[in-house]
Ligand binder design. Structure first.
Ligand code: ZN
Length: 283
């Protein structure tokens, strides 16, 4: 991988790291040695960019109407959760068209990319859903960390859709799986990104656990939640097999599948790097 392409992943992950480090409400501010910028600087010697190219991603808020959505809007504005994630990406990504990341009250738990508006919509209800989910189910990290981790995964997933759209990238297979891979490989590049990706995988696992297997949505464009869980875990394992040996055994994933995970990870990484290459700023 070229230095330039390493930079895009590092900067994207900086967003995850910043978001997780300074997240939502209760997380202590890290010391300099723990700051993502510290290792970032050490590894790449990047300087603050002053490029005048248009901003790729712009976070905005649609005023919420219901009291609960207003609370969530206030929380997101106060913590600047998505801005902390998006701003570092803007320093690397130079997309041919700007994308708006709109936080809005949707009336349902959702997030989606709207091609006609060049908009990623992140619903306040989704934030509320994650806070409730991780508050009542232990995924090994505090509720706020898991919530921000899952939100980061979803935003990257939707950004994957946006990049496919504006770059006219041919997708040879199911796009929903491809953009799950995009989110996972971006997150797989740092330790805290792994935690975030695991929180997102945990969400799919938990969602799947209560599902009526006699009434599965076979028509859906997404893979089943449990498949999405195992696909994320396979990629995480493929990115760092030694770190996941015990967990993979607990999950009972057979060897013949595990043997393919590293190759699948390498392929997904290489493919996405090819897609991203034209949109990396000249750092
Ligand atoms: Zn999608």
């Amino acid at each position: 991988m070229t230095i330039k392409l390493k930079k895009i992943i590092i900067w994207m992950l900086t967003g995850v790291l910043l978001t997780l480090s300074f997240s939502m409400v209760t997380i202590a501010q890290p010391t300099r040695a723990h700051s993502p910028l510290y290792w970032l600087h050490r590894e790449t010697h990047l300087k603050q960019q002053t490029t005048s190219a248009p901003v790729s991603l712009q976070v905005t808020y649609d005023p919420a109407q219901s009291p609960r959505a207003q609370e969530i809007q206030g929380l997101m504005e106060r913590t600047q959760t998505l801005e902390r994630f998006v701003n570092p990406m803007n320093q690397v990504l130079a997309l041919p068209e700007p994308i708006t990341v709109l936080q809005a009250e949707c009336g349902t738990v959702n997030a989606f990319y709207a091609s006609e508006d060049r908009q990623i919509v992140m619903c306040y209800e989704l934030v509320d859903y994650y806070l409730g989910l991780y508050n009542t189910h232990d995924v090994g990290v505090p509720t706020e960390i898991a919530t921000v981790g899952a939100l980061s995964f979803v935003l990257l997933h939707e950004l994957g859709h946006a990049i496919v759209d504006i770059s006219n990238t041919p997708v040879l297979g199911r796009e929903e799986d491809a953009v799950d891979q995009f989110a996972t490989i971006i997150m797989s590049r740092t330790e805290i990104g792994h935690i975030a990706a695991q929180a997102a995988a945990g969400w799919f696992y938990l969602k799947s656990s209560g599902q009526d297997t006699t009434a599965m949505p076979y028509w859906d464009e997404h893979s089943f939640d449990m498949q999405r869980f195992f696909n994320i875990m396979c990629l995480l394992y493929g990115s760092s097999p030694d770190s996941y040996v015990d967990l993979m055994q607990q999950l009972n994933i057979p060897d013949y599948r595990l043997e393919r995970c590293s190759g699948e990870y390498a392929q997904a990484l290489d493919n996405w790097m090819q897609v991203l290459r034209p949109y990396v700023r000249d750092l």
